[in-house]
Design a binder for this molecule. Sequence first.
Ligand SMILES: [Zn+2]
Length: 442
Amino acid sequence: MTLADRIQTEIAARRADLIALTQDLIRIPTLNPPGQHYRDICDYLAARLTGRGFQTELIRAHGSPGDSDAYPRWNLVARHQGALPGDCVHFNSHHDVVEVGHGWTRDPFGAALDETTPGGRIYGRGACDMKGGLAASVIAAEAFIAACPDYRGAIEISATADEESGGYGGVAYLAGQGRFAPDRVQHVIIPEPLHKDQICLGHRGVWWAEVETHGRIAHGSMPFLGDSAIRHMGAVLAEIEATLYPLLAGKTTAMPVIPEGARQSTLNINAIHGGEPDRAPGSTALPVPCVADRCRIVLDRRFLIEEDVAEVKREVTALLARVKARRPSFSYEIRDLFEVQPTMTDRDAPIVRSTAAAIEAVLGREARYVVSPGTYDQKHIDRIGRLKNCIAYGPGELALAHQPDEWVGVQDMADSARVMALVLAELLAPGPVDNAAPFSFG
Ligand SMILES: [Zn+2]
């Protein structure tokens, strides 16, 4: 029996365990915001993995954004040491989930199993993003260790906080502590829901900025005595429509971003506020008549690996200069809010090649390579951890993330668990010949 056959047997034997583990994880409502039950989910995983020979550490991201005694930012890092020296393969999953929202027909934390659909589905908030992926990676590691107890190197599994709000209390904190240093970790898989036959190499860059126009307050019945910050912002928006959007539409990329609409530079205006504050919903109070002396927008610019962030910023400051040239009283401020560089792992990187071979072995088709339109925790592993050999690979449909009636397919989880276990075999199996046969079967 080859190692690949033993892995297949071990994964198949754990199907009920995979379902139960996924359900248990969904039933811990790790909502972010505010960041609740983080300790509970870390304790749950620590108990499971300690019982299977892992050394586990609970790490609180003291002082990270949102960390408080009421809502501490807890992370779990578990490590299983092989029999011989070798590389460390690390599976990183975020354990937080976004708010439930409206439109559910299932209990969002009930984790109901529906076996009437092909392959079976488990429903719940976080099922696909990304407790299904977390469960698949745990099963993959356990199955591999059972099939290949004399492996070389080490396997790490982390469950981390706050990915949905930037990852500062999670992967960024761990990376800052050297947890992804090259002498400790050599390969990283992030089991985000990118689909079982796709390898996500990285993501586009992001720059958020706030632009504020200034005016002068006056009575709304005599607007000529004031200077409307909202009209100035109107001129900014018109200039964005007339010049910036056409410019961005012409900037395309060699990055295989999905969906295809994101294969160019994009800009969203995330918010606009001017004049008196929003009235409370249902309020019967009438507005007061004032010329707005402040108006703000938040720009969400996503940029490509071919672009330079300094140039991305210059496009906007040049645009504001053009508006100013036409409007004598125009004055503004611009503030950087957030910035992440694009990242894309090389297709020849060891983790990419091993995963591609494993996908072909398990699914009988070639892996597809994609890039995410938005960022995820790979940014911290790349920028803070300085580790390039990192991908996102996991079960689930990205389109279901953050939606009502979110679900993950049981067969998809089992298939990607097998892929992940074969990646471990490729990178950590001791014998070069006998055990290098994992990909010889279909
Ligand atoms: Zn996610």
